[in-house]
Design a protein around this ligand. Structure first.
Ligand SMILES: *Cc1c(COP(=O)(O)O)cnc(C)c1O
Length: 426
């Protein structure tokens, strides 16, 4: 597609955008009396207008039904999460029985590692991307230590080559093969939070399995952002948060995926709780844990209904929009437009003032572009903020901007880039 650097052109794209009206379903933060340019959906997605009603509805069920709300009313809480399994399965490419919602992300990563990180003296290593999100690094280190191993020895990281910012799939593959006999687990993010690189999860799953390891994915930056086929790729497990691209609110409930091939596998350890017990006999409260079939068998604690209500409001919008295929089509254009406009600024200055480290290949990224500022990075970021452009800042010199297809417009992208250009002159 041929892009143009003008407000009229951006407006034309907005007029042609089939998803344009979805912006009306969100509350946009205000800056100086106008809508802010919110390009931070990779960190905290915006609030759907319907969220208040969804939560208020459950507050009123609680008010009117009290404990009977678990079994009665228009939305009995015992079943409440089940309505979200199909929409979620659509988003991550799974069977509904392979997904459920529970806890928060890092907690779920730990719970799933109880099942899928079962090291032996010979096979005890975890392979992951270098520069993974800190919480994942801490989770891996503490899991390894918990099993009596030394993280320095047991955690194998894959780093970009000298002078490069992102990983080559071939290097991931050869690292897995190099450690094949020692790997218990290959744990990768779907999209690296810092660079915005989308990994080839299918190849990672195949290679990890050929090495004899389990393969799991942290999809915090991928779920609700890019197409995923967890079932077809054969991933053993995955988890994600819902407050980034899925707009379910700060600290919102997290999701998990456990592949159907493991649903009858009794050799997997798990940390059990009553909410993972067989649905039909849970309230007999008998001794001896019997899991519900599927991902729900990994649930531990009572459903947090108010968090689930916020999640339900947000997932409803994904369904209405046509889920990921429709969103991805627009997202590719939005992010490509942002890339084009940033390259225009560099071109005008005859210098790479803003170096995009996110892959240029659209198949290797989602919404986000990570931009290294050659100079005055923090001042540039602060200038954008003072003009109502909300991105986020990552030390030492990276600005992340993520136009998202549900509520960002091409005009948002154009205006953000115009302020970025002005920041150079200022
Ligand atoms: C956002 C993010 C987290 C955050 O985990 P919480 O448990 O929700 O605080 C963890 N891992 C990755 C890769 C993330 O992007």
């Amino acid at each position: 597609m041929e892009y143009q650097n003008s407000a009229e052109f951006a407006q034309q794209l907005d007029e042609q955008d089939a998803l344009n009206s979805f912006r009306q379903q969100f509350l946009i933060p205000q800056h100086a009396g106008k809508d802010a340019i919110y390009l931070c959906g990779n960190s905290l997605g915006l609030q759907p207008k319907a969220t208040q009603q969804y939560i208020a509805h459950q507050l009123s069920n609680w008010q009117n039904l009290a404990v009977e709300g678990w079994f009665q009313g228009d939305d009995p809480w015992l079943q409440y999460h089940k309505q979200m399994l199909q929409p979620l399965a659509n988003i991550v490419g799974a069977q509904p029985a392979e997904v459920t919602i529970m806890n928060s992300l890092t907690v779920n990563l730990h719970l799933l590692m109880v099942s899928f990180y079962q090291p032996t003296p010979k096979r005890y290593k975890i392979l992951m991307e270098g520069g993974a999100f800190p919480s994942d690094q801490y989770a891996m280190e503490s899991q390894v230590r918990f099993h009596g191993f030394d993280p320095k020895d047991a955690i194998v990281e894959v780093f970009p080559r000298d002078g490069e910012s992102t990983l080559r799939t071939a290097d991931i593959v050869s690292k897995i093969i190099e450690h094949a006999d020692e790997l218990a687990l290959v744990l990768f993010s779907g999209i690296n939070y810092y660079t915005g690189q989308l990994f080839d999860l299918q190849v990672i799953a195949q290679t990890g399995h050929a090495a004899g390891a389990f393969v799991g994915f942290d999809l915090a930056h991928a779920a609700g952002n890019v197409p995923l086929e967890l079932n077809a790729w054969g991933a053993d497990f995955a988890c994600w948060c819902s407050y980034k691209y899925m707009n379910s609110g700060p600290g919102g409930i997290s999701g998990i995926f456990v592949h159907e091939k493991h649903h009858q596998n009794r050799k997997l350890n798990r940390f059990a709780g009553w909410w993972g017990y067989r649905n039909d006999t849970r309230f007999k409260m008998a001794p001896g844990f019997e899991p519900e079939a599927g991902a729900e068998g990994w649930q531990v604690s009572t459903s947090p209904i108010l968090l689930m209500a916020a999640h339900k409001a947000a997932l409803q919008i994904f369904e209405e929009a046509g889920s990921i295929p429709a969103l991805r089509a627009k997202s590719l254009k939005l992010t490509a437009y942002l890339q084009y406009l940033i390259e225009e600024i560099n071109g005008q200055h005859g210098d790479e003032l803003f170096k995009i480290i996110t892959p240029k290949n659209q198949q290797e990224r989602g919404c986000q572009l990570s931009i290294i500022c050659k100079e005055n990075g923090k001042a540039t970021f602060d200038y954008l903020a003072s003009r109502g452009v909300i991105g986020d800042w990552r030390e030492p010199n990276v600005i992340r901007l993520s136009p998202v297809p549900l509520y960002n417009t091409f005009t948002d992208v154009y205006t953000a880039a115009r302020h970025l250009a002005e920041s150079v002159r200022a």
